[in-house]
Design a binder for this molecule. Structure first.
Ligand code: PAF
Length: 284
């Protein structure tokens, strides 16, 4: 069932909450793929009611980015979401979420939002935390589900939930990949056939770094060099960033300690893809 207004959604959820039901929440920007569906299935397995939001959030796009052209297909999304176990698809308009007099933002400060995608997209995380805080306020879920593919987003949202003492459990689920290893993304649809074939290099490069790490290489600059070298083998790939930080703090490190995030953003033509891998020290 699609619900488009905050009032109607609150009324529906209040009834269920009062009868002791747990609510799982999967925020999305729609154009669903298997990655989103895996989150819905997990939410359904762990909660009585599952709400999926389908909202392309304007505040997380910079003026030069793809907000207008971002792929949308609500009919297909509803069918897929319900098939995977969603009870409600919350599909608000921009006006419903951001009435014209809206002027409040939620922002996580510090390195965590300044590095990686925060460096290339300076206003992005402020838009993400603002809309997710709004959605959490509207849905008031017991648990919310996010994909590891947006590892920095997950780290930022965990920080927001902790800092604001929100009573919500955040669950970060594994990246879902195509058979050849490309991480699923709504933006993969933009790739030409050649770009799509070469985009597999992101995962290959990260796996190469993981293998080196497991063979004892802990020097961050050397591991970054391994990843960049492999990506540069693909002629259509243009690196936006390749970096490694402690995870989940996203603090700078020269040597990998307990847990680090190796993350990449690479442009193929106009399409910017991200991917990552966690490097975890087995001794910790
Ligand atoms: O990951 C996304 O699709 C979006 O950033 C989110 C969390 C739905 C907020 O708009």
């Amino acid at each position: 069932m699609i619900i488009t207004t905050i009032k109607e959604l609150r009324t529906y959820l209040d009834t269920h909450r009062q009868s002791g039901k747990t609510i799982g929440f999967v925020p999305t920007m729609g154009f669903l793929h298997e990655g989103h569906l895996s989150l819905i299935r997990r939410a359904k397995a762990e909660n009585d009611i599952v709400v999926m939001s389908d909202f392309v959030n304007p505040t997380q796009f910079a003026p030069n980015e793809d907000f207008e052209s971002y792929p949308r297909n609500i009919e297909q999304d509803e069918q897929l979401a319900v098939g995977a176990g969603a009870d409600i698809v919350f599909y608000p308009s921009v006006q419903e979420m951001y009435p014209t007099d809206s002027s409040t933002f939620v922002e996580v400060m510090g390195d965590i939002t300044k590095v990686l995608c925060g460096a290339s997209r300076p206003s992005h995380f402020r838009g993400v935390t603002t809309v997710v805080a709004m959605l959490f306020n509207i849905v008031q879920p017991h648990r919310a589900y996010f994909g590891q593919k947006d590892a920095q987003q997950a780290a930022v949202l965990i920080k927001m939930v902790n800092d604001l003492h929100m009573n919500i459990e955040l669950i970060v689920c594994p990246i879902v990949r195509e058979e050849d290893g490309l991480a699923m993304s709504s933006r993969n649809i933009y790739l030409s056939a050649d770009e799509r074939a070469q985009a597999v290099v992101l995962n290959q490069a990260l796996l190469k770094a993981k293998a080196a790490f497991e063979n004892g290489e802990t020097d961050v600059q050397k591991l970054i060099g391994i990843i960049s070298g492999k990506i540069n083998e693909a002629p259509l790939a243009h690196i936006d960033y390749v970096n490694i930080y402690e995870y989940p703090s996203l603090k700078t490190t020269e040597e990998i300690g307990a847990k680090a995030l190796a993350a990449v953003a690479v442009k193929f033509g106009k399409t910017r893809l991200i991917d990552n891998i966690i490097l975890k020290n087995k001794c910790n």
